[in-house]
Design a binder for this molecule. Structure first.
Ligand SMILES: Nc1ncnc2c1ncn2[C@@H]1O[C@H](COP(=O)(O)OP(=O)(O)OP(=O)(O)O)[C@@H](O)[C@H]1O
Length: 193
C-alpha cells in the first residue's frame, strides 16, 4: 500500500515505489511479489521468541526478507495514511518498548476469557498500528503477531474471518479512539466456528 510520506531515499527516485530486491519499479508488480513472498514465508515456521520487541522485529524480517533489505528494521521517516500520521520515527523504539513491556506485565493475555482476550488484544493492535514501526507491511505483521499471541494463549485463530475491508475499517476506527469494532473482529477470529 502506498503511503503519505516525505521524500524517501528508500524509494526509486521520483516515484513512491519502494526499492526492492527484484528492482521492480512497477507498484503492481511489487505488490504481487510482496504477496507471494509473504504467503511463502508465512507457511514456514515463524521465528522463535518471547513475544517481545525483538520477536516482533524478527517476524517482519522473516516475512519480508525476500523483498526489502530493511526487513525487520524500524523506519526512519514520517509516514501516514488517510490523513492519520503514525508515530514519529524518533519515538518508535521507546513506544514499542512500552507496549511490549505492558504485554509482558499482562502475562501475554494468557488465561483470559475469549471476550477479555479480544478487548486486550484490540488495544495492543491499535497501539502497534498507531506506532506503525515499519516503512511497509505493518498490517500483515500485526495480524501474524496476533495469530502467535492467540496460539500461545491456547486460543484458535480462524484466518478466514479476516475480511480485508473489515480489518482496515476496524483499524481506522481504533486510530480514532474506538477499539470496540476491532475487539469484535478479534473475538470472531478466536471463537470456534
Ligand atoms: N487511515 C488509516 N489510519 C490508521 N490505520 C490505517 C489506515 N489505513 C490503513 N491502516 C492500517 O494500516 C495497516 C496497513 O499497514 P501497511 O500498509 O504497512 O501494511 P501492509 O501489510 O502492507 O498492508 P495491508 O495490511 O493493507 O496488506 C493495516 O493494519 C491497516 O488497517
Amino acid at each position: 500500500m502506498v503511503y503519505t510520506a516525505e521524500y524517501d531515499p528508500l524509494c526509486y527516485l521520483g516515484t513512491p515505489v519502494l526499492r526492492n530486491k527484484l528492482d521492480l519499479t512497477d507498484q503492481a508488480e511489487l505488490d504481487e511479489f510482496e504477496t507471494a513472498m509473504f504467503v511463502l514465508r508465512s507457511d514456514e515456521p515463524w521465528p522463535e521468541g518471547d513475544l517481545d520487541v525483538i520477536h516482533y522485529l524478527a517476524l517482519h524480517q522473516h516475512l519480508f526478507q525476500d523483498v526489502y533489505d530493511w526487513a525487520g528494521e524500524i523506519r526512519t521517516i514520517r509516514i501516514g495514511k488517510g490523513g492519520n500520521w503514525f508515530c514519529y520515527p524518533e519515538f518508535i523504539a521507546n513506544e514499542l518498548n512500552r507496549i511490549f513491556r505492558e504485554l509482558a506485565q499482562a502475562n501475554y493475555f494468557r488465561g483470559l476469557a475469549p471476550a477479555d482476550f479480544a478487548i486486550q488484544a484490540a488495544h495492543l493492535l491499535a497501539e502497534i498500528n498507531a506506532v506503525h514501526p515499519f516503512r511497509e507491511s505493518n498490517g500483515r505483521t500485526q495480524l501474524t503477531f496476533l495469530a502467535l499471541l492467540a496460539e500461545r494463549a491456547g486460543l484458535p485463530f480462524n484466518a478466514e474471518v479476516l475480511d480485508r475491508d473489515r480489518v482496515i475499517d476496524a483499524m481506522i476506527e481504533s486510530f480514532a479512539g474506538s477499539e470496540q469494532p476491532l475487539a469484535r473482529l478479534i473475538l470472531d477470529i478466536i471463537t470456534e466456528p
